[in-house]
Design a protein around this ligand. Structure first.
Ligand code: ZN
Ligand code: ZN
Length: 162
């Protein structure tokens, strides 16, 4: 298990070097339940809480992905940076160029970036009988119980349980 504090300190040190002001009172947490999201930054009052998926702290995960995610979330604590446009985006560009990172502008990462062995497998799979599109769901829902009542979002074909 990698030490989250070490990576957080490294990211903070990089921002200091670039004279980018981030929130000092941020709480860093490891999220062991996150299945599809690698990181998240929440604001409560004037405090920030950043959660990083435990999967990223596993030695088998790509270290670059961990660094990118830690920086992605830390940048959200900068003034005016709660979304992924405008100032956040400018800062991400600067940090990427200066630190050799590739902090991405997309929203929280998708499960494709969690190593397969660590990603939870969706319990439910629904397929389109026309185009073969697969819809995966972690939780039981009306869709998983009654796929025949729904249409494929891509081609409007009929759905069935895989
Ligand atoms: Zn984000
Ligand atoms: Zn379809």
């Amino acid at each position: 298990m990698r030490d989250l504090g070490k990576y957080a300190a490294e990211a903070q040190g990089n921002l200091k070097k670039l004279k980018i002001k981030y929130a000092e009172n941020t709480e860093w947490k490891i999220n062991t339940r996150a299945k599809t999201r690698l990181g998240v930054c929440k604001k409560t009052g004037d405090r920030y809480v950043i959660e990083i998926a435990a999967a990223l702290l596993d030695e088998s995960a790509a270290e670059g992905e961990l660094k990118n995610t830690v920086m992605h979330e830390l940048l959200h604590t900068c003034r005016g940076c709660m979304n992924h446009t405008g100032r956040w985006r400018e800062l991400a560009d600067r940090v990427n160029a200066a630190c050799g990172l590739s902090v991405s502008r997309t929203t929280e990462r998708d499960k494709a970036e969690i190593p397969d062995a660590l990603a939870a497998k969706p319990k439910y799979r629904i397929v389109c009988t026309a185009c073969g599109a697969v819809y995966e769901r972690f939780r039981r829902s009306r869709l998983t119980d009654h796929p025949e009542m729904y249409k494929c979002g891509r081609c409007r074909g009929s759905l069935k349980k895989a």
